[in-house]
Structures are given as C-alpha cells and as structure tokens.
Design a protein around this ligand. Structure first.
Ligand SMILES: [Zn+2]
Length: 329
C-alpha cells in the first residue's frame, strides 16, 4: 500500500530512530596486518597505506566494526524484533541493496573505534522483481572517543520472495564445440566414444585437439563399454539451479578403458554413492523446445551392494558388498 499506511508498515515505522546496537567496540584496533591483507585482496598499492605513517583505506570503515562469525555483542533487541515482525509477515528473505559511507578523518593503526547503530528509516511497502517487502536503512556512527570519524549506512530489502515461475526452465544443454562435437554426436546415438591418439594409442577424455602424451593431432575413437566405477563424487545441495532438483550426486567415473568422465550417478540414493561403486552408463533424453538433448548418466550397477556399504570406501567392482572395504555385517 502506498505511503506505508498498511498495518505492518505502521508497526515497522515505530522502529525508526530506535537503536540497533549501542556502544559497540571494534574487535581490534585499526591495525597494519588487516590493512595489508585488505590492500592485497583489493589490489590497492597506494603508498598512503604502507610504512610508519600509514593510514587505513577509508573504505575499510566497516571492516573495523564487523562482528565476525561470533556476531555483534552490542546489538539491542529492536532490530531482531523488527526482523521477526517482517518474518512473520512472510518477508523472510533479505538482500543488501546499497551502502553509503562518510569519512570524516583518516584512521590510523592504534585507533580504537566505538560505534552506535540506529534504525534510520523503514520504507513503505515496495514491490520489486525479487518480491514485495520493505527497505530498512541502518546508520552506524563511528567514533574515536567523542569524535565522530565516519558514518556507515546500509540499506537492505527484507521481502517475501516472488513465486517461482510455474514451469521449471529446461535443463541447460551441453556446450558443443568443434573439439568435442564427436563426443556429443556419439552420445546422441547412445554411444560413449573415447578419443584415441593414432600416434601413440593413448586414450583421452575430455576431447582435445591433440595428444598430451606425444603431441600428435591425429586421432580416432573407441566405443566405451560404459562400465566403470565411481572414482570420486560430490553431492549437490546448494545453490539450487531451477532446472535441477537437488540433492543429487555427480560422479567422476573411471571407465573400464581407463579415462574418467563426469556424470550424474543414478539408481541409488544420493547419500549411498561411494567411491568404488560399480556403475554403467545410461543415456537420458531431456526434452526442450529446441529439440532436446541426450546426456550420459551412470547407473549404480549393484545398488543393493551399495546400500550395504558404510564408510568412505565403496564396494569394489569385483567383490560387490562383500569386499574388503568398510562393509557392515
Ligand atoms: Zn599420442
């Protein structure tokens, strides 16, 4: 509602002017090691930040007052209360939108900073591309003793996320180029082709124009049996890409022919994938408006064996669940 006259807006307005933190102190005095790390990270070689008369880069202002992972002990209840009101109204997401700083005098190693933060303003309800919510601006006054040395304003949008698009976007297609086109042509025909150097016979994957072993640019292909084992894997949880449905396991598969290939591991719960798990290639179709694509995935060849395995090492290809590695009775 315009003008912030909705009920929630009025309650939020009441927090304007309330302290968000009071008499906070910097965790460390302004110091050269932090200045040096900052300048290295930023690639800032200004000589003013070095040597016996060094000053701190002004934009480090917030670095001296941040609470770190353990949090800011000077917080009052007001900011948390206001956040809880917003959460309860569905505005559960937050994004920092902009920051404004004023520098009143240079900071030098040894300066000990104190600060107070106030909730300066809460906007009327706004609808953005991200969703509908309220912009909250806090102002932190930073002092040395009684002297105001800097001001840091931070604006965040606390909002109810706009609904997801009704239809999930199509799965991104593999990037096909001149070097790997043959591989994807093979996959489209449900064949897993490995490049072979015709100079020295070395197999290689991913596809490359030349041989790393002998430098030859001549090659042909061999068709993989599609049998392999999980050589390594990760389980994707976050960030969730709209076309995918986490969690899922992505394996680096060592094929029987000796080369390794990345692909999703299927046919077994994501948390049962183990190193050494025997797998076999399977080709999956993904439809989209542009003709779709086919991708190789790797299906657990012995999911029951996999389910019986505990610990970091999976059953070996030959011995199934009764191998020497970490098998529960
Ligand atoms: Zn070669």
């Amino acid at each position: 509602m315009a003008g912030g006259t909705d009920g929630l807006g009025e309650r939020l307005k009441a927090y304007e002017g309330q302290p968000a933190s009071r008499a906070g102190t910097g965790k460390d005095p302004v110091n050269l090691p932090m200045i040096r790390h900052w300048c290295e990270a930023m690639g800032d070689t200004n000589p003013a930040y070095e040597g016996p008369d060094a000053i701190a880069p002004p934009t480090m202002l917030q670095a001296w007052t941040m609470g770190g992972l353990s949090g800011n002990t000077a917080r009052t209840g007001a900011y948390d209360e206001m956040s809880a009101l917003l959460d309860a109204a569905g505005c559960v997401s937050i994004v920092a939108t902009d920051c404004e700083q004023e520098y009143l005098r240079p900071l030098r190693p040894g300066d000990e900073l104190v600060f107070d933060t106030v909730i300066e303003s809460v906007s009327a309800r706004k609808t953005t591309k991200l969703g509908t919510g309220y912009f909250v601006t806090t102002r932190t006054d930073i002092r040395i003793g009684e002297e105001l040395v800097g001001v840091h304003r931070l604006r965040v949008l606390k909002y109810a996320p706009a609904g997801r698009p009704a239809k999930a976007p199509p799965r991104p297609r593999p990037v096909v180029n001149r070097d790997n086109a043959g591989f994807w042509e093979g996959v489209a025909g449900e064949r897993l082709l490995i490049q072979r150097c015709t100079g020295c016979g070395t197999l290689r994957h991913p596809w490359l124009p030349g041989c790393n072993a002998c430098g030859s640019l001549d090659w042909d292909t061999v068709e993989s049996s599609g049998e392999g084992t999980v050589w390594s894997y990760v389980v994707m949880h976050h960030p969730p890409f709209p076309a995918f449905d986490p969690p899922y396991a992505v394996g680096l598969i060592e094929l029987a022919e000796g080369v390794r290939m990345v692909g999703n591991v299927v046919g077994v719960p994501y948390d049962k994938v183990r190193i050494g798990l025997p797998v076999r290639v399977e080709f999956r179709r993904y439809e989209d408006e542009g003709g779709g694509s086919t991708l190789p995935v790797f299906r657990a060849a012995d999911p029951l064996g996999a389910l019986g395995v505990s610990g970091g090492l999976g059953a070996s290809g030959a011995s199934g669940a009764s191998g020497a590695f970490g098998v529960e009775a």
